[in-house]
Design a protein around this ligand. Structure first.
Ligand code: WTA
Length: 646
């Protein structure tokens, strides 16, 4: 564990929104003692058509409401509010395409206009308040426009990461019962085209609810358009009956804003439902304080909008603050491993927010790629998605931050809506590798199995003991799953699924997931999803999937497969199974390692003991207690297979 503590640089602290540790402490204490007063103050910085009656109440524990009776529209706060001021010609989104020359700058006024126009297009397709609109797009401006257009009219957006497969899209379309799908002809990746529309067509084969498909033209990729169902984005937007005027729908604070599917321990991904008023207030304030956003900042979050980080910290959070947000279409390593640094240099980025996996992979490329560019514009760095190990933290701090930029290691989750445990850069002394302290309003703790509080530095389950405005309100169409997943292990206390230690200074050290969720290059993938992907292959009898540590990706996937009788093990079949997973879920879920075994370690009641497989994949010499196994011999055979391939 790195011992050195990094204090907020004096100059930084002087100008920061939150200027000192004592100021943070004061705010924190108030937020816990008088949460209603605290949150009302910051919600009031936003626009409400009608003020709330009550800041917080429980419907029925653990289901809660924030800003009950309040009426607002998040796009009014993201757009109209700024268009009415001198910000109207400020860049809201600067879009940098993968090809260097593809750049589009959306001022607040232009973004407002396009959002209103597209909202009118959606209305023309019969989309009404509460309808679900699925968005399956690459990182093009249309993605941000489409999501805001949904929010404009009170439709619920459900964004599906463009790297997911047709099958994964189909599951999400069916579960959300989407009425409209917005997609693109293709996405551009490393100079080539990925045919997104083909995947969308494939997904739609099994989905009856989608009536219209609107296709954004990105790649000029030839696509088939289905008559009566499919139309082109640019033609829709240019239609003579589409105007620039679309009044924002007046939304209740607790009206659904979006669904975002995320992996859990069991079964298919859960549709986390986020609502309007609380989410808006929470992402507004976290963006402002954690990134210390100032009027003149150029801010870049490198996530994909298909994940929660992009929802909250590329689109909603920055726009709520009237900031300039960069949106980048490409990847860190194309055309060269300096792409990110080149973009920082090109746009004089001040705040840069990325994932540890990116930091580690770019560190590996060597310093020459960093040194090719002028990074002196940077004043703050951020990290999200997985634990950042102290070595990577220190490299990030020195090489990218030139020893002058604080690093905010932000811990949170899809369910949380926004950042939950984090430094505030002008206030929090940093310990590399620790996400540090709770954001105001957050009351975390570390519990042992028996529900007792862990001692300082003792590892346990990270929990959050009080509701906060950004928390997902339910699992779409499945409130029982919401309770079972998050509020059952410790009654009415939110279980994060992560392990953590809290040191004597109250700093949190996240140790990773304690459930069957993996984080592969920052992407959240459930072992159960990958396993059911495998067993859908005709030659696979059973599959068990576990993560193992990986120097760049943090975790990689290891699969143990038993084949059906008569099926032959071969390298070709391994490749076929890998491609099968890419088809079932997406290329991000392809296993790094795949072993054929004649059996899996199971208890007498037939439960696969993943714990043992995990120990084997991690190369541990002691795989733990095997006495409850129906056939303990299996373990030795599997170890042999793994060793033989090492
Ligand atoms: C992990 C991403 C350590 C954690 C915003 C969590 C982190 C999961 C950090 C949620 C961090 C996220 N340090 N671990 N700073 N940030 N995680 O839903 O395991 O895609 O539960 O949300 O990412 O992943 P999700």
């Amino acid at each position: 564990m790195a011992k050195k503590i990094f204090l907020p640089p004096k100059e930084f602290a002087k100008k920061a929104h939150i200027k000192s540790y004592s100021e943070y402490k004061k705010l924190y204490n108030e937020s816990v003692k008088s949460p209603e007063k605290f949150w009302a103050r910051y919600a009031s910085e936003l626009h409400w058509f009608k003020k709330w009656n009550r800041v917080f109440s429980y419907t029925k524990k653990p289901f809660c409401k924030w800003f009950e009776g309040g009426k607002t529209n998040i796009t009014y706060n993201c757009l109209d509010r700024h268009v009415l001021t001198a910000r109207k010609n400020k860049a809201a989104i600067i879009w940098q395409g993968e090809p260097e020359e593809d750049v589009m700058i959306y001022t607040y006024e232009r973004l407002h206009r396009d959002v209103c126009r597209f909202a009118n297009v959606l209305k023309k397709h019969g989309v009404k308040k509460g309808d679900r609109v699925c968005i399956y797009m690459p990182m093009v401006p249309g993605l941000a426009i489409a999501m805001l257009a949904c929010a404009r009219i009170g439709a619920i957006h459900s964004i599906v990461f463009g790297g997911f497969s047709a099958k994964a899209l189909q599951k999400r379309l069916i579960d959300s019962e989407a009425k409209v799908l917005i997609t693109a002809d293709a996405s551009i990746r490393k100079g080539g085209f990925v045919p997104l529309k083909d995947a969308a067509d494939e997904a739609l084969k099994g989905c009856k609810t989608v009536k219209s498909v609107i296709v954004y033209q990105r790649g000029k990729n030839p696509v088939k358009m289905k008559r009566g169902r499919d139309s082109w984005w640019h033609e829709e937007m240019a239609a003579p009956d589409i105007t620039d005027i679309c009044k924002p729908a007046i939304m209740d604070a607790e009206s659904p804003l979006f669904i975002l599917y995320t992996s859990g321990t069991t079964g298919t991904p859960k549709g986390e439902l986020h609502t309007t008023g609380g989410y808006m207030t929470y992402v507004y304030l976290t963006t402002k304080w954690v990134f210390d956003l100032k009027e003149e900042d150029t801010y870049w979050c490198t996530a994909d909008i298909g994940w929660i980080t992009g929802h909250s910290y590329i689109v909603y959070g920055p726009l709520l603050n009237g900031a300039t947000s960069i949106m980048f279409e490409g990847v860190p390593t194309y055309p060269g491993p300096d792409r990110f640094w080149q973009i920082v240099d090109k746009y004089n980025i001040n705040i840069f927010y990325t994932a540890p996996t990116v930091v580690r992979s770019l560190e590996r490329e060597g310093p020459k790629w960093v040194k090719m560019h002028d990074l002196s514009s940077l004043r703050l760095l951020g990290s999200v998605g997985e634990p950042i190990n102290p070595k990577a933290w220190l490299w990030y701090h020195k090489m990218i931050g030139e020893d002058k930029c604080p690093i905010v290691d932000t811990w949170w989750q899809t369910e949380a809506g926004g950042i939950v445990i984090t430094p505030l850069p002008g206030a929090t002394p940093l310990k590399p590798g620790s996400a540090t302290l709770p954001f105001p309003g957050i009351v975390p703790d570390v519990f042992l199995e028996n529900g007792k509080k862990a001692k300082p530095n003792q590892e346990g389950y990270l929990v959050i003991k009080k509701p906060w405005p950004g928390i997902a309100r339910t699992v779409w169409k499945n409130p029982k799953r919401y309770i079972d997943t998050y509020f059952s292990k410790y009654k009415n206390i939110y279980l994060t699924g992560d392990g953590a230690r809290c040191d004597k200074d109250g700093y949190y050290w996240i140790t990773g997931r304690l459930d069957d969720v993996m984080k592969v290059s920052g992407h959240r993938i459930g072992t159960a999803e990958v396993e059911s992907g495998f067993v859908s292959h005709k030659l696979v009898s059973e599959a068990a999937v576990v993560p193992f540590p990986h120097p760049i990706k943090e975790q990689a996937i290891c699969a143990f497969i038993t084949l059906k009788r008569g099926a032959k093990e071969s390298e070709e079949l391994k490749q076929e199974l890998r491609s099968h997973i890419a088809k079932e879920i997406g290329p991000i879920a392809k296993p790094d390692r795949l072993y054929f075994t004649d059996a899996l370690p199971k208890t007498r009641s037939g439960k696969i003991m993943r714990r043992i497989l995990k120990a084997i994949a991690e190369g541990k010499s002691d795989v733990g207690d095997t006495s409850t196994l129906a056939d303990p011999e299996v373990v030795g055979r599997i170890i042999k297979i793994v060793k033989a391939k090492a």
